[in-house]
Design a binder for this molecule. Structure first.
Ligand SMILES: NC(=O)c1ccc[n+]([C@@H]2O[C@H](COP(=O)([O-])OP(=O)(O)OC[C@H]3O[C@@H](n4cnc5c(N)ncnc54)[C@H](OP(=O)(O)O)[C@@H]3O)[C@@H](O)[C@H]2O)c1
Length: 249
């Protein structure tokens, strides 16, 4: 647990947190003092590793299987998190997929799957979470710099989805502002995960586009989440915030 415990007494749900950025966010919010629920779809062992690492550090965590492509499962996961954690103060919509292919090769099924997981699930989870979030509640979406830039071919579906998140974010902040709930979209640049390994085929191209010339870590993204969901982030809402090592500046 951190010395500050800025989130003591709070409950958070992080979607897609069995691996990668989501796992780093879950660990950080737990270190800040929150009780944390995570969702996963295909990696139960990895999800349990995240839970156990949080418990080993003195925190509380539960894992819930919920395919983000299944709206019924997403709603049920939000409700279960709120019930088992005794409420819900923070929702982090992190689960996402990147299906990349040239326009001619992207199928409509690829497009629909991308939209279901990267956009509709965020809408559904936020709508359900709004039934529980109190004054001071927080919603974070994990978007991408690819909402505004496509540095190589194959990003039609992925960029579409992250652009949709940026628009939805602004509108959701308007809807929930009167209740004192903030809504923000964190837009990472390249982060070293299974989705975009620092040793992958695009890595050198991406490094060349960044002022810092390196990939970010999940922990660096989690630090921004921690700020936005903590007490110091209370006046930030509707923001689409890039955290990208100076990508394409
Ligand atoms: N890495 C980057 O460079 C980068 C850059 C910008 C934005 N992002 C965004 O950051 C978020 C996390 O990316 P990441 O790099 O950490 O990806 P990742 O390493 O592939 O991890 C994805 C996580 O989401 C979960 N997930 C995937 N499909 C799911 C589904 N249908 N239902 C529920 N959970 C699902 C996975 O769990 P299971 O294994 O259990 O399915 C896993 O925990 C995504 O929204 C991504 O678009 C990433």
């Amino acid at each position: 647990m951190s010395n500050t415990s800025t989130l003591a007494g709070k409950a958070a749900l992080v979607t897609g947190a069995s691996r990668g950025i989501g796992a780093a966010i879950a660990r950080r919010l737990a270190a800040d003092g929150a009780a944390v629920a995570i969702t996963y779809s295909a990696s139960p062992e990895k999800a349990q590793e995240v839970v156990k690492s949080i418990e080993a550090a003195g925190g509380k965590a539960i894992a819930i299987q919920a395919d983000a492509a299944d709206a019924v499962a997403v709603r049920a996961a939000v409700a279960r998190a709120a019930t088992e954690l005794g409420g819900l103060d923070i929702l982090v919509n992190n689960a996402g997929v990147a299906i990349m292919a040239p326009l001619a090769d992207l199928s409509e099924a690829d497009f629909d799957k991308t939209f279901a997981i990267n956009v509709k699930a965020l809408f559904v989870a936020s709508q359900e979470a709004a039934n529980y979030l109190p004054q001071g509640g927080r919603i974070i979406h994990i978007g991408s710099v690819n909402s505004d830039s496509a540095p190589f071919p194959g990003l039609s579906a992925y960029s579409m989805s992250k652009g949709a998140v940026a628009g939805m974010n602004r509108a959701m902040a308007r809807d929930l502002g009167p209740r004192g709930i903030t809504v923000n979209n964190i837009q990472p640049g390249p982060v070293d995960t299974d989705l975009n390994p620092a040793t992958g085929p695009f890595a050198d191209t991406l490094r060349g586009l960044m002022a810092l010339g390196r990939y970010g870590s999940g922990e660096e993204i989690a630090g921004l989440v921690s700020y936005l969901v903590g007490p110091e982030g209370s006046y930030v809402t509707g923001a689409n915030l890039k955290i990208d090592g100076g990508f394409d500046v």
